[in-house]
Design a protein around this ligand. Structure first.
Ligand code: NAD
Ligand code: SER
Length: 312
C-alpha cells in the first residue's frame, strides 16, 4: 500500500483546522503537514507538523512538496465573498493563482490527489432559487463567485488534459464552533450563536427572510473525506459537486436558538452582504453527489443548533 503524505494549505482557517485534525486521525499525525500564511492555529499545536507557507510563492510551495514527499494536496487558502468585494483584485489574484500554482506542481510531481473547494457562490441571480441543480445557468455577480467558477473549469481542464485526480465540492455556508469564519456572507449563522450566548441579542446583517444553503462543519468534513476516498471511477463531476445540508433564514435560526435561550432577541440591519445573499440560491439539489458517492448529511437545523450551543 502507498503511504500518503498530505499537505493542507490554509490549515489555520475555518475548515482547515477541522479538516487537518480529521485527516490526522485517518492518516496519522506525522503524515499530514499543516501550512498557512498566518500562525498555527492553537487547536493544531502539538498535533503534527506545521510549516509557514505563502501559496502565492510557487517556488517555495514546490520546494515544500518535494522536501516533504507530498502525495496529496488540500488547497483551502482563499478570500471569501464579503471580503472579496472589498478588494476584488486581491481576491481574484489569490483565489486563481493559488489554484494554478497547486495544479501545476501537482501535475509535475505526479501528486495522487488534489482537493480544492468551490462554493454555492458560483450561482448567480439567473440560477434557479430552489433546489438549484448541478448543471444550470451560472452567472455569478461576486469576484469570489467568478473565481470559483473559473477555478472549477481549471480543475476539469487539468483532469481532462493531464489526468490529474482533482476533486471538488461546492460548499454551502459552513457553521462551526472550533474555528472562526473568514469573511463570508454566511458568517452571520456562526456569529449569531456567539452573540446569543454572550449578549442574548444579535443584530443580523441579512434580512429575516433570506434563505441560504447551509451545512454544519461535521457534515462538510464528512463530505470532503468521503469524496476523496471514493474510487476514481465513481467521480463523474470534475468541475465541482453540489452538496446540500440544510436551508434556513435568519428568522428561522433565531427561533431555533430561542428554544434553548428564551430571552434571545434578533434585530435586522442589512448591509452590502444582502445583495450577495440575494444572488445565491436558497437551496441546492445534490442528487448527483448522492448517486455518485453516496452523500447524505447527518445534521438538520435543530440538531446543529443543539450541538453548537452545547459545544460553544
Ligand atoms: P478561511 O478564510 O477561514 O481560511 C483560509 C485560510 O487561508 C486562512 O487561514 C488564511 O490565513 C489562509 N491563507 C490566505 N492567504 C494565504 C496564502 N497566500 N498562503 C497560504 N495560506 C493563505 O476560509 P475557510 O472558510 O476555511 O475556506 C476554505 C475554503 O473553502 C476556501 O476555498 C473557501 O472559498 C471554501 N468555502 C468556504 C465556505 C465557508 O462557509 N467557510 C463555503 C464555501 C466554500
Ligand atoms: N460561506 C461562503 C461565503 O459566504 C460561501 O462560499 O463566502
Amino acid at each position: 500500500m502507498i503511504k500518503e503524505k498530505i499537505l493542507v494549505i490554509g490549515a489555520s482557517g475555518q475548515i482547515g483546522v477541522e479538516l487537518t485534525l480529521a485527516l490526522r486521525k485517518i492518516y496519522g499525525n506525522a503524515s499530514v503537514v499543516a501550512s498557512d500564511l498566518r500562525e498555527e492555529n492553537e487547536l493544531l499545536k502539538g498535533t503534527g507538523p506545521y510549516v509557514s507557507l505563502d501559496v502565492m510563492n510557487k517556488e517555495m510551495l514546490h520546494v515544500q512538496v518535494i522536501r516533504q514527499n507530498i502525495t496529496q494536496i488540500y488547497l483551502l487558502a482563499a478570500i471569501l465573498s464579503a471580503t472579496g468585494e472589498k478588494n476584488p483584485n486581491l481576491a481574484w489574484s489569490l483565489n486563481m493563482q493559488s489554484l494554478l500554482n497547486v495544479l501545476d506542481i501537482a501535475k509535475e510531481e505526479k501528486i495522487h490527489k488534489v482537493y480544492w473547494p468551490s462554493s454555492i457562490a458560483v450561482f448567480g441571480p439567473t440560477s434557479p432559487k430552489k433546489d438549484c441543480p448541478q448543471q444550470t445557468v451560472i452567472e455569478p455577480i461576486t469576484v469570489y463567485g467568478i473565481s470559483k467558477y473559473a477555478g472549477e473549469f481549471w480543475c476539469n481542464y487539468y483532469h481532462q488534459r493531464w489526468g490529474l485526480d482533482v476533486r471538488s465540492i461546492r460548499y454551502p455556508g459552513l457553521i462551526s464552533y472550533k474555528s472562526a469564519p473568514g469573511g463570508g456572507t454566511t458568517d452571520y449563522a456562526v456569529e449569531i450563536f456567539h452573540e446569543a450566548l454572550e449578549e442574548k441579542k444579535y443584530d443580523c446583517f441579512l434580512q429575516e427572510d433570506t434563505y441560504l444553503p447551509m451545512m454544519y462543519m461535521p457534515d462538510a468534513i464528512k463530505a470532503t473525506l468521503e469524496l476523496m476516498e471514493a474510487p476514481a471511477e465513481k467521480i463523474t463531476i470534475r468541475t465541482s459537486y453540489n452538496i446540500s445540508g440544510m436551508s434556513f433564514s435568519p428568522k428561522e435560526i433565531a427561533a431555533e436558538i430561542k428554544k434553548h435561550i428564551p430571552e434571545f432577541i434578533i434585530s435586522y440591519k442589512p448591509d452590502y452582504r444582502q445583495q450577495i445573499a440575494n444572488s445565491w440560491p436558497q437551496s441546492i439539489d445534490d442528487s448527483v453527489a448522492r448517486k455518485d458517492w453516496g452523500w447524505k448529511e447527518d445534521f438538520d437545523l435543530s440538531a446543529m443548533t443543539k450541538d453548537m450551543l452545547e459545544n460553544l
